[in-house]
Design a protein around this ligand. Structure first.
Ligand code: SF4
Length: 380
């Protein structure tokens, strides 16, 4: 069976074109230190062998940008880089990649006196000059603060949607149309809703799909499958990524999982339900990347899952994040959150910080908070 596809515009990313009738491209991201050129090239090659169409890498500073120049020489796969707060780094990176991804929610930190439109214009001009496509990557954990203020705090969808639509409109107003959009959340039901609403308003813009911080397999694959089945079977989605918390030598599993989900949808094997509702314990964890602050992060996520298994029937969300870049923001909506520093793990209860603990002490401390939460829930 042929997958139905929205008639989006086409966007070329190096040798791969997404959108319209082109095959859905499967993407992954390196998790090695970008400054370790050999390890990063080896991981890119292994992702390519697994079938990756596009590979994303993290470049946060000039040292990593210098490594990128060497990495580019050793691979022809379309490369994409996500810009964090320092949007000006685009100028240094763009000659060596095929797509630049920026997050509208990150444009407020660096040079806050400048309007976001000026920053986006800068990135778009750099992209144009260097034959790069762009992705407007909207993420539930880092939404434009002005949009958050405008809506009811319980409505997390409308701020994301409006932010994405505003950026599309602005890019088009400056005559830049070679871009796609992503709208990610760790909750598959929200991923379905926000992407469905976006596609209804802008069916012409290609979408990159993903459930962010989907977590450890098999749960991470199941959550992602739920979202992709509902969206891809309705023609929504032009590139995908399955974000899994796996060690570096298993990153190819992200590609295999993505291919298998697409294969099943094409064969009509759609198993999930639209009204997905989290009933029990939900562990969300980032897939890790070059920014991860301590290499034991993936083990820590596994240990958290194992240690908390006794709470499986309680509707509690625990987030485990690998670094300070996205950790503080992306843990805000979880009941309990952990984000890693080099030597300590920061513990949070909702948006409240509970302090930082050594890697040896964090699990008993987390257990104490989890027990207290269960007690509170039982008392209601
Ligand atoms: Fe990378 Fe940090 Fe995001 Fe984890 S939370 S994927 S380490 S940027």
């Amino acid at each position: 069976m042929q997958l139905p596809r929205n008639p989006t515009r086409e966007v070329r990313i190096g040798t791969v074109t997404i959108g319209n009738a082109h095959p859905i491209a499967v993407q992954s991201m390196t998790a090695t230190k970008t400054s370790n050129i050999d390890a990063t090239v080896a991981q890119i090659h292994s992702l390519e062998r697994a079938g990756a169409d596009i590979v994303r890498i993290a470049v946060d500073n000039k040292r990593e940008a210098a490594a990128l120049i060497e990495i580019r020489k050793q691979t022809t796969v379309p490369l994409t880089v996500d810009l964090q707060e320092n949007y000006r780094l685009a100028e240094v990176i763009a000659p060596y990649v095929n797509k630049l991804r920026y997050n509208p929610g990150h444009l407020y930190h660096h040079e806050p006196e400048k309007a976001w439109q000026e920053k986006v214009r800068f990135i778009a001009e750099v992209a144009k000059d260097n034959d790069c496509a762009m992705r407007v990557g909207v993420n539930c954990g880092s939404v434009d603060p002005a949009k958050l203020e405008k809506y009811d705090p319980h409505d997390s969808i409308s701020p994301m949607l409006e932010s994405a639509l505003d950026h599309c409109e602005f890019l088009e107003s400056i005559d830049f149309t070679r871009f796609c959009v992503s709208l990610k959340d760790s909750d598959p039901a929200k991923v379905i809703e926000v992407n469905t609403r976006f596609a209804a308003k802008r069916p012409d813009i290609p979408l990159h799909l993903g459930v962010t911080e989907a977590g450890l397999p098999p749960d991470g694959v199941i959550k992602t499958r739920i979202a992709f089945e509902q969206l891809v079977s309705k023609g929504i989605g032009d590139t995908i990524r399955v974000s899994l918390t796996v060690p570096n030598d298993r990153k190819g599993e992200e590609i295999a999982a993505g291919q298998s989900i697409l294969h099943d949808i094409a064969a009509g094997r759609v198993r999930s339900v639209v009204d997905f509702d989290q009933k029990g314990l939900n562990i969300i964890s980032c897939p890790s990347c070059s920014r991860v602050e301590n290499e034991v992060f993936v083990d820590l996520a596994g240990d958290v899952k194992q240690m908390t298994a006794y709470a499986k029937d309680h509707k509690i969300t625990i987030a485990v994040m690998g670094c300070r870049v996205n950790g503080p923001g992306e843990t805000d909506d979880a009941d309990l959150g952990l984000w890693c520093g080099p030597n300590y793990v920061n513990l949070k209860k909702g948006s409240e910080s509970l302090g930082r603990y050594s890697y040896d002490d964090i699990l008993p401390r987390l257990k104490g908070e989890l027990d207290a939460l269960i007690e509170q829930q039982s008392a209601k």
